[in-house]
Write a protein that binds this ligand. Structure first.
Ligand SMILES: [Zn+2]
Length: 111
């Protein structure tokens, strides 16, 4: 690898703080927005949108923590599924990747 683990850790930590900021902004906006909508249907749609956004954020944060755990364990860049090295270009494009592109497409195909 031409990039050091620290390079990827910095990228991942930057993503993590951006997501955490986004999460905080969402929750404060949600509280402040209280009472501004009178339509119950719109409220419900808003809540459903909010929970979908939270679910996405939580999934991304979980992926980030998994990648950080691999960095700590010294197994970063190794595919969780097949144990082969993940292509460095893939890691640069997607630092939180914990599987190689082949395994990722297999796993996504199963869902
Ligand atoms: Zn793999």
């Amino acid at each position: 690898m031409s990039h050091t683990p620290e390079f990827f850790r910095a990228k991942i930590l930057a993503q993590k703080s951006a997501l955490e900021t986004e999460r905080e902004n969402l929750s404060s906006g949600y509280v402040e927005g209280d009472g501004q909508m009178s339509d119950a249907g719109a409220d419900l749609a808003e809540i459903e949108t909010q929970s979908a956004i939270y679910a996405n954020l939580d999934a991304s944060l979980a992926q980030i923590d998994a990648a950080l755990a691999k960095l700590d364990a010294g197994t970063y860049g190794v595919c969780d599924r097949c144990g082969k090295a993940i292509a460095e270009l893939r890691l640069v494009a997607l630092p939180v990747a914990t599987m190689c592109i082949e395994c990722q497409s297999v796993v996504e195909g199963q869902i």
